[in-house]
Design a binder for this molecule. Structure first.
Ligand code: M6R
Length: 391
């Protein structure tokens, strides 16, 4: 594959284990813990949490949304949580009240759609916080330093966002941990990060060859599907966005349960399908247990004769029960590894977050390799800007 190693996108994908360490260092500091404490006390009194974001940042919020719901329920809080795709509501701004906590999630801190809704939230007297990669951005000015949570991912140059996605999920996961169990749970979650960083490095190294092979296959096709069940659908959406953005292959990210409502008609021998099959610990509530993942996969495999266009991203345990005529990439099961190391005080939502993060890495590599195979400049995709500062 031509010269992918010199691209910013490749370097930024490979930097993600370092982002985990940088988050660990930053969020071990007392001032950050104090900020977590202040925001969580506001959340405990609010009626709604509204995440405001676009694109990849929006998918990061979708990845964690139901975990927030679960924690609010466990903690007995009378509060709901929603994720607003700011670009779809900017002309039709949702109702915001002073009892809401709005959290902008924006790598650049300059996305106009997000800022417009956040300004309305300020005017309504709501609490407005920011999770961002830019400490001197408009988002920070709106939220104030004490309500800004830095993702510390380092400057992201490539237009396609990769390492910021990881930083956003990890920062939201820490907020969630604090909300769930105060400083004890927060510190427990922090303590997992060094091991997670090593796992992420191994996944990056181990997935590179298979992703290059599959990229050679997929780059001959005009279109593909990325399918995930339950919470895994957020990763499918993100994987499809990356594919469109840099390889110009039309990709549709879809929740597996949604296929039967129309998109299943696109499944045929010549349609590459990437299927996410890493059971999540919170399986009971989100349909992402091993059995339902097998059912979802057979929905696809039963419609094709040539399974060579299918790629399954699976844990080892799941792969053992699959037929051998599909491409498979094995990624670690966070739950089993961290449990073996006895570091995991049982809080399934954080395990889910880490698993989702692990799943996204092969998809980032796949889009990079597909784009380079097709000869595109991955760092500057056509028609796109790094920060979208216009409405
Ligand atoms: O800077 P932001 O996180 O607010 O940007 C939001 C989107 O424009 C951004 O994530 C975009 O979707 C990326 N180019 C996707 O890779």
């Amino acid at each position: 594959i031509p010269s992918f190693e010199s691209t910013y996108m490749f370097k930024e994908i490979m930097y993600q284990p370092k982002v985990v360490s940088r988050i660990y260092d930053l969020y071990s500091q007392p001032v950050q813990i104090r900020k977590m404490d202040l925001l969580c006390s506001k959340i405990s009194k609010c009626r709604r949490i509204l995440f405001l974001s676009c694109g990849t940042s929006y998918f990061a919020t979708l990845a964690i949304l139901s975990s927030f719901e679960h924690v609010l329920e466990l903690n007995g809080l009378n509060c709901d949580v929603y994720s607003i795709n700011a670009s779809t509501r900017v002309d039709d701004i949702p109702r915001i009240r002073s009892s809401d906590v709005c959290i902008m999630v924006t790598q650049s801190g300059e996305t106009a759609d997000v800022l417009k809704i956040a300004k309305k939230a300020v005017a309504q007297g709501a609490t407005v916080a920011a999770i961002t990669n830019s400490l001197f951005s408009s988002a920070t000015r709106i939220a104030g330093q004490m309500q800004t949570f830095y993702i510390n991912a380092g400057v992201e140059v490539a237009v396609a966002s990769t390492k910021a996605f990881s930083g956003q999920i990890l920062t939201m996961m820490l907020l969630l941990s604090y909300l769930r169990g105060g400083i004890a749970e927060y510190q427990n979650t922090l303590s997992i990060l060094p091991d997670f960083s090593v796992l992420l490095t191994n996944t990056l190294i181990n997935s590179a060859d298979i992703m290059q092979m599959y990229a050679a296959k997929i780059s001959r096709h005009p279109s593909c599907l990325v399918v995930g069940r339950g919470k895994l659908s957020s990763v499918a959406y993100e994987g499809a966005l990356k594919m469109k953005e840099v390889s110009y292959i039309h990709a549709e990210g879809i929740a597996s349960g949604d296929l039967k409502h129309g998109t299943l008609a696109l499944v045929h021998d010549d349609m590459p399908v990437i299927y996410l099959a890493t059971p999540l610990p919170s399986k009971e509530t989100c349909g992402t247990g091993s059995d339902s993942l097998h059912i979802g996969l057979s929905q696809i495999t039963s419609r094709v004769e040539n399974r060579d266009n299918i790629l399954v991203i699976a844990t080892e345990e799941f792969a053992k029960k699959m037929s051998s005529d599909m491409n498979v990439i094995i990624i670690p099961s966070i739950q089993s590894i961290l449990k073996e190391q006895t570091k995991l005080s049982y809080f399934i939502e954080k395990t889910d977050c880490l698993q989702l993060l692990m799943n996204v890495v092969p998809l980032q590599l796949l889009s990079l390799f597909s784009a380079c195979t097709r000869g595109w400049n991955v760092d500057k995709p056509r028609n796109l800007a790094k920060s979208v500062t216009v409405l």
